[in-house]
Every structure is written in structure tokens, then in C-alpha cells.
Design a protein around this ligand. Sequence first.
Ligand code: HEM
Ligand code: HEM
Length: 205
Amino acid sequence: MPTKKLHHFSGLFITLFVALHLFNHLCSLWGAERHIEVMQTLRPFYRNVFAEVLLLSAVAVQVISGIRLFRATRTPRRKGFARLQRWSGLYLAMFFLIHLSAVMAGRYVLNLDTNFYFGVAGLNTFPFNLFFVPYYGLAVVAFFAHVAAVHSMKMKSAVLGLTPDAQAKTILFIGILMSIVLVYGLTNGFQGVVIPESYKVLIGR
Ligand code: HEM
Ligand code: HEM
């Protein structure tokens, strides 16, 4: 299968998971308990052996095919969304490598339940938050930016009086808003989350 087609289909599958995953993180607006409850409801769907092998393989395919596309599309003529597509993809490649190594190390090396507290320990602790706020914030923006760029390339007609370019800008704007709302929720409204004793290993305490 050509690289672009592979990237396209594997991207659709990953998008399905990311939608569930970001919805799960949005539930942190209603507190840590609600976030954990929703994750427990979703896990049978994405953490069973079949789905997880498929998801992690899709991520590997996405990163490898994405980097090939990144190298193949190196041209100074790419502007605007076409340019954003390459750089948001590159950020996602780096994010996937760090994020998934962290989740797997948390699960299999530290033997932790990789739940809400695992995800937010660094985000709620100074000075680690100096890294984690932009790291997670940009990941959400990069995901929406990448989708917005695909949309701007494929969409040819106006919707609700918005040109394809304005539609793509709207998707990007929703991504920026989503990123701010998620950081707000995952830090308990910027007030900070109390990290349980068993997760303090993540923040060197
Ligand atoms: C959440 C993960 C990702 C999704 C859902 C996704 C989805 C997509 C889709 C649907 C396209 C359009 C392909 C087509 O024309 O049919 C695309 C293009 C592209 N993606 Fe990704 N992608 C993801 C991650 C990545 C990564 C990790 C990279 C690595 C650099 C990357 C780099 C690119 C590049 C450079 C293009 C432009 C191809 C071109 O203009 O010909 N993507 N992506
Ligand atoms: C907004 C900040 C984010 C936080 C706090 C976060 C946190 C987590 C946590 C705690 C897990 C483990 C889930 C479990 O044990 O059931 C996880 C898994 C994962 N996350 Fe994220 N995540 C974030 C954003 C993202 C984004 C933007 C993407 C993709 C673009 C992503 C992709 C994944 C993937 C692919 C997994 C692996 C699922 C599995 O096989 O268990 N995450 N994340």
C-alpha cells in the first residue's frame, strides 16, 4: 500500500481512540473520581489485547509513514496549513514516542495503574509543570492542527458560508480552546491536584 494511503487509514483508526481519550480527559472538569470512572469504562474497549496491539501498531505505522511523508514533502513552496501539516506531524511523532514509552514504563516497570494521577503528577508539580504544560498543551493543538490541515487540503466547498480555509481555522481554534480547557481540568482549575503517595515516585518525592 502506498505510504500516503497507509497513513490515511491508520490515522482514521488513531483518531477514533484520540476522540475517546480527549473526552476522558475532559471529564476531569468534574473531578479526578469522574475521570477515573470514565477511564475504567473505556479501558475494556481500548486496552483489551486485540485493540491495544492494533492501536500501538497503528501508532508505529503512523510515525514511520509520517516521517517518510515529512521527508518527501520538504519544499519551500508549502505555506500555511500545508506547512503546519508537516510540523504538527513531527511534533506528534515526538509526542507519541515519549508519551507511550512513559505509559508503558509506568505500567510494566513501576507497576502503577496509569490512571488520572499518573497522567497529571508532573503537570501539577513545580518545576515539572514547566515541561508538562507545553508538552501536553501542544500535543492537543498539534493533533487538531494536523486534522485542520487535512481538512483544508481535502475540502472544496463552503459550509455555513465558511470557506474551506475558514473551516480549517475554526478546527484549529477549537483545538487551542480544547487545550486550555484540558490543562484547566487536569490541574483542578489551575489550583493543583494532590498527588497520592504511590505516584510521588514520578516527581522524585
Ligand atoms: C494522530 C496522528 C496522525 C493522524 C490522525 C494523521 C493523519 C493524516 C492524514 C489523514 C493525512 C492526509 C493523507 C492523505 O492525503 O490522504 C496526513 C498527512 C500528513 N501527515 Fe499525518 N497523521 C498523524 C500523525 C503524523 C505524524 C506522527 C507525522 C510525522 C511527521 C505526520 C506527517 C504527515 C505529513 C508530512 C503529511 C502530508 C502529506 C502530504 O502533504 O502529501 N502525521 N496525516
Ligand atoms: C491531554 C493530555 C494527556 C494526558 C494527561 C494523557 C494521559 C494518558 C494516560 C494516563 C494514558 C494511560 C491510559 C490507560 O492506562 O488506560 C494514556 C495513554 C495513551 N495516550 Fe494519552 N494523554 C494525553 C494526551 C494524549 C494525546 C493528545 C494523544 C494522541 C495524539 C494521546 C495518545 C495516547 C495513546 C495512543 C495512549 C495508549 C493507550 C493504551 O494503549 O493504553 N494522549 N494517556
